[in-house]
Design a protein around this ligand. Structure first.
Ligand code: NDP
Length: 332
C-alpha cells in the first residue's frame, strides 16, 4: 500500500516515513518547501520510486491536500505547530485545526482509495491543568480549551499548544461523525517524545528534545524541578511504530489511543544518561526515585490491547541512543 505522511520532515515524521518504508509501504512525504522535499529525497533515496514527495505550502488553504491524497491507502497527519513561543492562540490553533480538517476534507472528497487516517494528537489533548492528582485515559479531554477561551493571548504558550491539539482532535472526530467518510480515523496520543533525531537529517532539536537536552546536557533545571517535575514519555521510534500499527490494526478503527511508555521526573533522565556518560551534570543527588509521586498518570493498556504495542524501548536505551546521536551532531 501507499501512505501519505504530512509533517514528514519533522522529528517524529522522519521516523514514521522510515518505519513505513522498512515495512515495504510506498510513502508520499508531504512537506512545506522544495528544499525540505529535496532533503527527504536524499535521506530515502535508496528506496527509489517507493518514496515520493509532495509540496503543500499552506496546509490551511482550501483543497491543499486534494492532489496528495489521490491513490493512497492511508494517511498519517503529523503536521502541526509544536513550539512554546506562540503569542496568540490562533497562531497554533489555526494550522492545527485547519490542517487536520483540511486533510480530512481532501481525503473525503478526493481520497477514493483511502481506508484509514491516523491523526497525531497528544497527551496535550488529555492533560489537566488544574492542580491535584489525575489518572487519565482516552475518555478525558484537557481543560486547556476553556482556559484559552478565558485568558486569550494571556494564556501561556504551553496551554495554547494543549488547546490547539485538543481542538484539532475534536474537529477530526466531529468531521467523522458528520460526514461518515469511507475511511475510519485513529487518533494517537503520545506524551513527550524523546530519542535520537533521524540519522543524517538536518533536523534540529524540537520542543521535546530541547527540554531533554537542557535537562541532561546543559543542566539548566533546578534541584527542585529535577526531583519533582516530570511527565510521561515514549521513544520516538516506538511512537513511529505505534503510528504504523495504528494504520494496520482493524480493531483500532475509530479509536483514540494513548501511546505511553512510562512516567518520569527529570532527575530520572539525568540518572539514566549518566550511566552512559558520567561527565554529564549530576543534577539532584538527593533524589529518591522510589519516592517520586507522579501527579498525572496516563493509563495506556489500550495501545497494548488494540495495537499490540509492547516491548517498548527502555529509558536507558533511549538515553544511550540519544547521547550517541547528540555526539554525532557535535552537540555533546
Ligand atoms: P516537529 O516540529 O519536528 O515537526 C512538526 C512538523 O509539522 C514539521 O514537519 C513541520 O513542518 C510541520 N508543521 C508545523 N507547523 C506547520 C504549519 N503551520 N503548516 C504546515 N506544517 C507545519 O515536531 P514533532 O515531530 O515532534 O511533532 C509532530 C507531531 O507530533 C505534531 O502534531 C505534534 O503536535 C505531535 N506531538 C509531538 C510530541 C513531542 O513530544 N515531540 C508529543 C505529542 C505529540 P516545518 O518543518 O516546515 O515547520
Amino acid at each position: 500500500g501507499k501512505i501519505l505522511v504530512t509533517g514528514a520532515n519533522g522529528y517524529i515524521g522522519l521516523w514514521v516515513v522510515d518505519a513505513l518504508l522498512k515495512q515495504n509501504y510506498s510513502v508520499r512525504s508531504a512537506v512545506r518547501s522544495a528544499s525540505k522535499a529535496a532533503e527527504l529525497q536524499t535521506l530515502f533515496g535508496s528506496y527509489g520510486t517507493k518514496h515520493e514527495t509532495a509540496i503543500v505550502e499552506d496546509i490551511t488553504s482550501p483543497g491543499a491536500f486534494d492532489e496528495s491524497v489521490k491513490g493512497v491507502d492511508g494517511i498519517v497527519h503529523l503536521a502541526s505547530p509544536f513550539h512554546m513561543h506562540a503569542k496568540t492562540p490562533s497562531e497554533l490553533i489555526d494550522p492545527a485545526v485547519g490542517g487536520a480538517v483540511g486533510v480530512l476534507t481532501s481525503a473525503f472528497k478526493c481520497g477514493h482509495t483511502v481506508k484509514r487516517v491516523v491523526l497525531t494528537s497528544s497527551t496535550a489533548s488529555i492533560s489537566q491543568s488544574s492542580p491535584g492528582n489525575h489518572v487519565l485515559s482516552e475518555v478525558d479531554w484537557t481543560d486547556s480549551v476553556k482556559i484559552v477561551e478565558e485568558q486569550g493571548d494571556k494564556a501561556s504558550p504551553f496551554i495554547m499548544y494543549r488547546a490547539s491539539k485538543s481542538l484539532a482532535e475534536q474537529a477530526a472526530w466531529k468531521f467523522v461523525r458528520e460526514h461518515k467518510p469511507q475511511w475510519d480515523l485513529v487518533t494517537a496520543c503520545p506524551p513527550y517524545v524523546f530519542g535520537p533525531l533521524f540519522p543524517g537529517s538536518s533536523a534540529t532539536l524540537g520542543s521535546s528534545m530541547e527540554d531533554w537536552y537542557n535537562t541532561v546536557v546543559k543542566g539548566t533545571k533546578t534541584a527542585d524541578t529535577l526531583a519533582n517535575v516530570g511527565a510521561a514519555w515514549i521513544d520516538v521510534r516506538d511512537a513511529a511504530r505505534a503510528h504504523v500499527l495504528a494504520l494496520q490494526k482493524e480493531e483500532a478503527g475509530n479509536e483514540r489511543i494513548l501511546i505511553v511508555t512510562g512516567h518520569y521526573k527529570f532527575q530520572d533522565w539525568v540518572n539514566s544518561a549518566r550511566k552512559f556518560d558520567p561527565e554529564l551534570p549530576k543534577g539532584n543527588e538527593s533524589y529518591k526515585p522510589e519516592e517520586a509521586v507522579h501527579q498525572t498518570i496516563f493509563k495506556s493498556d489500550k495501545a497494548a490491547r488494540l495495537l499490540g504495542l509492547t516491548n517498548l524501548l527502555s529509558m536507558d536505551q533511549t538515553s544511550q541512543d540519544t547521547l550517541e546521536d547528540l555526539k554525532s551532531r557535535q552537540l555533546l
